[in-house]
Design a protein around this ligand. Structure first.
Ligand code: ZN
Length: 133
C-alpha cells in the first residue's frame, strides 16, 4: 500500500463539523461531495499529504447513521492508497481478509474503493482506494 490517503470521521452534521475541523486543522474545507450510493455527504480537508474526510449521513438507515447510533461520532475508517485495487483486493482476500465488496466501487473524490470487514482487521474499518485515471 502506498500511503494513508485519508482518514474518515463520522459526524452528525457537516454544518457543525466543517467549521470545527477548519479551526482544528487551520485550513479550509476544499471540497464537499454527495455520494448517493453510500448515502453520505462528504467534506475534505488537507493535512500535508493526507486528507481528512468527514462523513454525514443523508439517510436515516444509512451506514453512517447506523454507525453513529452505535458508536457516536468517531473515527470511521482509514483509507490506504493502492496502485492497483483489483490486485490488492485479490492479495488481501488470499490472506484471509474479508472484503465488503467483491468488485471495486466508485467512492468520493474520484476513486475506486473497497472496504475490508473490521472483524478481520482488529476492529478498524479499512478502505483501499485507487485514483481513477
Ligand atoms: Zn474514505
Amino acid at each position: 500500500m502506498l500511503k494513508v490517503e485519508h482518514i474518515g470521521i463520522a459526524v452528525k452534521t457537516l454544518a457543525d463539523s466543517v467549521p470545527l475541523f477548519e479551526k482544528l486543522l487551520n485550513s479550509q474545507c476544499y471540497k464537499t461531495e454527495r455520494v448517493e450510493s453510500e448515502k453520505v455527504n462528504t467534506a475534505f480537508f488537507k493535512s500535508g499529504d493526507t486528507k481528512i474526510e468527514l462523513l454525514e449521513s443523508i439517510a436515516e438507515n444509512g451506514v453512517i447513521a447506523k454507525f453513529i447510533e452505535k458508536k457516536g461520532e468517531s473515527l470511521h475508517h482509514i483509507a490506504f492508497e493502492v496502485e492497483n485495487i483489483e490486485l490488492e483486493m485479490a492479495r488481501l482476500k488470499s490472506e484471509g481478509f474479508i472484503l465488503l465488496n467483491e468488485k471495486p466501487k466508485r467512492g468520493a473524490d474520484n476513486k475506486f474503493v473497497c472496504f475490508l470487514h473490521p472483524k478481520s482487521t482488529n476492529g478498524v474499518l479499512i478502505e483501499l482506494c485507487e485514483e481513477i485515471k
